[in-house]
Ligand binder design. Structure first.
Ligand SMILES: Nc1ncnc2c1ncn2[C@@H]1O[C@H](COP(=O)(O)OP(=O)(O)OP(=O)(O)O)[C@@H](O)[C@H]1O
Ligand SMILES: [Mg+2]
Length: 488
């Protein structure tokens, strides 16, 4: 009956015919369908429950029914994946597809002897539809606003990050082929390709999420995927203060620093909140300034009206057409920017970034991958050396010292919280060494019983080297914000 979309070589019967639904529990996670994740989990737990509660209470009936529904979904997903020519289905119209799905599930339900009410049928159809048109098992995770990152290690392991903590989800792909099909779907939608000859890809999804995939044989145990989900509402300064990422006092200092056009680098480890911090800091920029942003994957969401966004591009399959961040940056300097924001400085563009900071584009900002302010400076030195610039170390350092004013260190602590653990100013050179002074820091005081870190932000007592500049620009920061709270 669904001949148009049937795989030519395979049986037309849904898998439901071949596998008894009662055998589904262990198989459930393996074929976990789209929005059915929590129900699948219940299905997996079903055998245990029936053993424990021998005489099922009446309210268990509803649970059993739900389990049954989850099993049916698993079977139908299998039927769909096993028997349909998914490539052909993808070109079908939504309506065709929906009626096809309705037809398949009606047949399978009849064979399984399962009667569903209207609502259950609608959910089931939507799940199946998601599988074909959406990103299969990834769909519920993409829709879940609490999930920040999705990390796939082969078809049977999907980790998710919620509130800074990584945990293994019970969602899985059917097999590597299923996972590869979803990866292929994602990358082809954004005009990219990934296969044995180009086994990895970095892309921005249509919804703005950042996507990276690496497929076998480079990925040894199955494809590796990481997705940093796009947040419609980026965290602003107020949110970050509320979440304890930094204090009002630190925010006041940062506002003065941004407004007085200090050059700022946000340093931090992977997923420590660098981009979020950069985005929040950019909100302090005046609305009448012309801002140009350069990123490998456009993530920043600036609120100002006068913003030009650029995104670098890798070479195509023939090895042509690459536009690097450095190319964008060089071009940006000809576009009369007031400020330049580079999403992450990670290579040869460092030279142009420092030069821009030194030559009239003060107030520029970027992020780097480093574990402390001092480490951040070393990273900059290394990047310059690796860009093939032959300059004596002292000259490199003085270039950095005069370009960078403030380094903000972001960190994801072991309890999952993300905090601005340090704000450090670069004050110049002493001999061959770049001199720095820390203005604010996060002090760890202990560990609560629930694993949460007990700590507080504190000023170091050092007066900002830019106090006069702040004052002359009209930012009269009270001296008290630089005074440390005495240790208790
Ligand atoms: N202070 C915070 N509180 C709660 N969530 C946060 C905080 N800062 C960042 N996040 C969330 O953490 C995730 C990672 O943040 P972000 O993308 O800014 O990190 P990053 O350091 O730029 O990561 P990468 O190294 O991968 O570029 C995002 O989903 C973001 O919304
Ligand atoms: Mg980032």
């Amino acid at each position: 009956m669904f001949s148009r979309y049937k795989k030519p070589t395979e049986k037309a019967r849904p898998a439901a015919n071949r596998a008894a639904p009662a055998a589904a529990p262990e198989a459930a996670p393996a074929t976990a369908p789209v929005a059915a994740a929590p129900k699948i989990q219940r299905a997996a737990m079903a055998p245990k429950r029936t053993q424990v509660a021998a005489q099922a209470a009446p309210e268990d009936k509803e649970k059993k029914r739900k389990n049954k529904l989850a099993e049916v979904k698993v079977e139908l997903h299998k039927a769909l994946l096993d028997n349909l020519n998914l490539a052909a289905l993808e070109t079908a119209s939504d309506n065709d597809l929906k009626s096809e799905i309705v037809a398949i599930s009606a047949e399978a339900l009849e064979e399984l002897g399962v009667v569903l009410n209207k609502e259950e049928r609608a959910t089931l159809h939507q799940d199946l539809f998601d599988e074909v048109t959406g990103l299969g098992p990834l769909e519920p995770l993409l829709k879940d606003d609490d999930v920040n990152d999705i990390l796939v290690n082969g078809p049977k392991q999907i980790f998710v990050e919620r509130a800074g903590k990584l945990s293994l989800s019970d969602i899985t792909f059917k097999d590597e082929k299923h996972l590869l099909r979803i990866i292929d779907k994602i990358v082809s939608a954004v005009g990219r390709r990934v296969d044995e000859s180009t086994p990895y890809v970095d892309a921005r999804l249509q919804d703005g999420s950042r996507f990276n995939a690496m497929v076998p044989p480079i990925a040894v145990d199955g494809s590796l995927v990481s997705i940093r989900k796009f947040k419609k509402e980026k965290l602003g300064v107020d949110d970050l203060v509320k979440f304890g990422a930094f204090t009002e006092e630190m925010a006041a200092y940062l506002q003065a620093a941004v407004s007085c056009r200090l050059n700022i680098i946000v340093s931090g480890g992977t997923g420590s909140g660098k981009t979020t911090t950069l985005n929040a800091l950019s909100s302090f920029i005046d609305n009448d300034e012309r801002i140009l942003t350069i990123e490998d994957t456009a993530e920043l969401q600036l609120q100002q009206t006068h913003v030009g966004r650029m995104e670098s591009r890798p070479a195509n399959v023939e090895g042509k057409g690459a536009v690097s961040q450095r190319d964008c940056l060089k071009n940006a300097l000809r576009m009369r920017p007031d400020r330049i924001i580079v999403g992450e400085t990670r290579g040869e563009e460092v030279i142009d970034m420092l030069q821009a900071m030194n030559t009239g584009h003060d107030g520029s900002m970027t992020t780097i991958h480093a574990n402390s302010a001092r480490d951040g400076v070393s990273r900059l030195e290394n990047m310059i050396a690796m860009a093939g610039i032959e300059m004596p170390l002292k000259a490199v350092r003085s270039q950095i010292a005069s370009a960078v004013n403030v380094i903000v260190q972001a960190s994801r602590l072991q309890d999952g919280s993300r905090r601005m653990v340090s704000i450090t100013e670069i004050t110049g050179m002493e001999g061959e060494v770049i001199s720095m002074q820390e203005i604010f820091r996060y002090e760890r005081l202990g560990l609560a019983a629930d694993g949460k870190i007990i700590g507080r932000f504190n000023a170091t007592g050092v007066r900002s080297a830019y106090s006069d500049r702040f004052k002359s620009w009209g930012y009269n920061l009270p001296a008290s914000i630089f005074e440390p709270i005495a240790a208790q």
